[in-house]
Design a protein around this ligand. Sequence first.
Ligand code: TXA
Ligand code: MG
Length: 385
Amino acid sequence: MKTEVFPVDPHRPDPETISRAAAIVRAGGLVAFPTETVYGLGANGLDATAARRLFVAKGRPTDNPFILHVASLEEVWSLVDSSCLDSSCPRSLVSKLAQRFWPGPLTLVLPRAAHVPPEVAAGLSTVGIRMPAHPVALAFIRAAGVPLAGPSANASGRPSPTTAAHVLADLDGRIEAVLDAGPTGVGVESTVLDVGRTPPVILRPGGVTREMLAAVLGKVVEAPPHRGKGPADEGPALSPGTKYRHYAPSAPLLLARELPPRGMEMLLQEGGRWEARGFRVGALLAEEEGGDVPPTWVVRTVGRRADLAEVAAGLFAGMRELEDKGVDVILALPYPEEGLGRAIMNRLRKAASGEIPGGGEEGAGSGGVTRGGEKGGGEFGGTSS
Ligand code: TXA
Ligand code: MG
């Protein structure tokens, strides 16, 4: 299939282009579209066949559910089981969160109405719903006239796409079209919040931070990180997506254990070991550290450490750019785990195939990695999906 590219103004999308994209989705097709977080892969969220196509196009495990994208709060009430809603999760709470954070990067996990196909929710009794804050996404949902199932528009296991070029790099020939509105803003995906539990549980940290949620909810807790190796050897995860390795570039990514300046020393030592073996070293760094590495390394800065929003916006694009430059390994530094730093560290840990050990320890990073090979197992390992 030929994937069509529809260029569109990010602020004032041309209605004719939007209605072409909407017609494709209504006919059961797949159209990638920009949101404020990352590009999504849109399909009719009430059509089980279209949902099955999403799994195939992305190569996604079928136990990982999709988020439904809506353009108004009213649509939410038609997608949730209202009897459960009244008993286990008050409407007032949903309205309050929607009023404060929508449109925006917050997904609410709610009891699923019977007419939402089980395929969309991967068989769960709940459904994730969000209203994205991108004029193109909102216009597209309204024109389609149905909620859009919208996983990130990458091949499963790859870094999420923040440009249409990233979408095409993974899915060209596998989807009908992409609405190209330039780069997205937030850069990491939405926060997934289970509001059916008391207190509500953050299943995936994202663009709306824990601190922002706590200001509205009082108490909010975070689901413990999933430490298993893959789907076969473990019980159900609260959020199925959390159990897979994710976001991984094709070169192994190694994450230093400590913040700079100590982490920078570790990173320089580790890079030296890789270079000594003839490997091409890439570094994914904040601007503050970008000038401190040897000139032989390929450096991609992702924004200022002092402004984590910049780092989030550049993170996935940085991973893809370094792999495109043909580096053999990508070395990265951690960020403080507060505010957006939680989402950034969640994505970096899932992308990493190992960590850069502290002083004196023999390279857990470089040891055991062969050219083009990927180190598996360990704390960071897991089934690539
Ligand atoms: O920002 C975003 O959320 C982007 C844009 C395109 O909207 N979408 C996105 O979708 O990241 P996806 O499919 O790549 O990730 C959805 C995450 C997965 O971890 C999935 O397991 C979780 O949300 N999820 C979806 N529905 C759920 C449910 N009913 N219960 C628990 N987790 C759910
Ligand atoms: Mg995704």
